[in-house]
Design a protein around this ligand. Sequence first.
Ligand code: IPE
Ligand code: IPE
Ligand code: MG
Length: 248
Amino acid sequence: MKTLLDQVNEGDLPRHIAIIMDGNGRWAKARGLPRTAGHQAGALAAERLIRFVGARISIPYITLFAFSSENWDRPQTEVSYLMNLLADFIRSKLAEFVEAGIQLRVIGDLGRVPDTLRQEVESAVAATAANDRLRLTIALSYGARQELAAAAQRIAREAAEGRLEPGQVDERAIADRLETSGIPDPDLVIRTSGEERLSNFLLWQAAYAELCFTDVLWPDFTPAELVRCVAIYQARQRRFGLVEEGAR
Ligand code: IPE
Ligand code: IPE
Ligand code: MG
């Protein structure tokens, strides 16, 4: 019997997949449901994905874009719903993360999130810090431009204090001051729901990522769709500015 994983070369999997989980609102609208029902279904899709990657496919880094810096400007009821949903999600999945060897990390401006969610994040991050089977990063209250501005502030401060020379500010120095420091750049960025843009997600880190846009709405995203995106990724030739192998 053909299994899902027969579609990909398991020796050449992306090391890091970052996903823009989009389309919850449209999924709900198509069913005559409130947007919040779409977010709830989206949380189930995230759970399904994490379980699959944690147990079935060896991709060591996954990053999920859960809430952007710009999403704060959505209606207050939707924002509160999402904050509660994220807190519930982290609280209810913690035992499973510990059990499955999943390490949780969060990037984004946690200064803006409600105390209850921040506390759930802090305790889950601490409880899973030693895990290394799958490193799961949730981007929450995250915006790449804000992240880059914060890195620039850090660099300016270090320079003003005489701890850094302007000539030392190279790519490495910037990458080390981003919130993703220590996480390899994403090899593959997937966005669901048919939108083909990055919406302020990992702008620095995704410089050479392969992009896969799928029309599937996030709540309908399945392991099979993930595997399909990985197969598309594996059919691409990553050149990093060089010439095709064998070219003359
Ligand atoms: C993604 O779904 C979830 C968040 C951005 C929080 P949306 O809520 O953006 O759903 P659409 O794009 O309106 O369908
Ligand atoms: C991007 O989706 C943010 C997340 C998926 C968390 P949006 O729905 O906010 O992006 P735009 O507004 O369509 O660019
Ligand atoms: Mg959207």
